[in-house]
Design a protein around this ligand. Structure first.
Ligand SMILES: [Zn+2]
Length: 289
């Protein structure tokens, strides 16, 4: 029961991608701390597993935010199960009763070191849909975000309107990005998102995706702007399992706001509605065998 209203939003956000702007003045990546855990002295924190500890409030207040509720444990039986062959499903939400939403971040134009610091502090899971030609000037920027457990997915080589391209060109958009992202990040993207959501339900795009490796096409239910979200639902509310679209964008595209300010607003909109953020890949079963 996928709600098929993506078309309404797809062409409403034909925002020109401005290429690889921003990111100036970025120095060497900050060395990650040698300490295995950020736990204060005293009781040792269980390393990495087990139920989430109480959120480190100081890390949220540093960014002017209130901690989000901890996400529930990842479901043992993942509600979306992908197949190794055949047509790929198209989804914009995950069927779940958990009070969670999923955050996806697209393109990769803005490469703000402060955003890496923010996600390192807050540990909010995100899924990144990267466009090869927008990230190729600095593939390395995304590696610390990947090291936090965040997955990288396929968002074409140069961000075209896919339905205007021949089937062959669509295939090269998906396959060439798949090759580059796999080479750079060491793991093949499982998911694909077409720019603007365009062409998602066309046979030509589905075939191209099948030929190149991703096993699903992922759209969204909400789109984050600068301060607020655009909702497809008429009641303007988040629903359990909604996928939210955001972008790696900086002041040039956000009327002077920073990536971290935009992301803080996004988290505030989620917090207001009592949701937590879960990891999309915890709800999606890759093909087995
Ligand atoms: Zn995009």
């Amino acid at each position: 029961m996928v709600r098929k209203t993506y078309g309404l939003v797809a062409l409403a956000i034909l925002v020109a991608v401005t290429g690889c702007g921003g990111g100036g003045g970025r120095g060497a990546p900050a060395p990650s701390s040698a300490a295995p855990s950020s736990a204060p002295s005293g009781t040792p924190a269980p390393a990495g597993s087990g139920p989430a500890a109480a959120p480190d409030v100081a890390r949220w207040t540093k960014w002017g935010l209130s901690p989000l509720p901890a996400a529930p444990a990842a479901p043992a039986d993942k509600p979306i199960k992908l197949k190794a062959t055949g047509p790929v499903p198209v989804f914009s939400e995950v069927p779940t009763h958990d009070k969670v939403v999923f955050v996806t971040i697209d393109d990769g134009a803005e490469k703000d070191p402060k955003f890496v610091e923010m996600l390192t502090d807050l540990k909010v899971p995100v899924s990144m849909f990267l466009t090869r030609d927008i990230v190729k000037d600095d593939y390395g920027y995304f590696k610390p975000l990947q090291a936090l457990g965040n997955h990288i997915h396929n968002h074409t080589t140069d961000h075209p309107v896919m339905s205007k391209l021949s089937p062959e060109r669509q295939k090269s958009e998906v396959c060439d990005a798949q090759t580059a992202l796999t080479q750079q990040y060491g793991t093949a993207p499982l998911l694909f998102r077409p720019p603007y959501g365009d062409g998602a339900n066309t046979p030509a795009l589905n075939t191209a995706v099948q030929q190149c490796g991703p096993r699903a096409i992922v759209l969204w239910r909400e789109s984050m702007q600068i301060h607020d979200m655009q909702y497809q639902a008429s009641d303007q509310k988040l629903k359990p399992g909604d996928i939210i679209l955001a972008h790696f964008r900086g002041p040039k595209d956000l009327k002077g706001e920073s990536m971290t300010a935009m992301f803080g607003e996004l988290l505030s909109r989620i917090h207001e509605q009592g949701f937590s953020v879960a990891r999309l890949e915890d709800y999606v079963q890759p093909p087995t065998g």
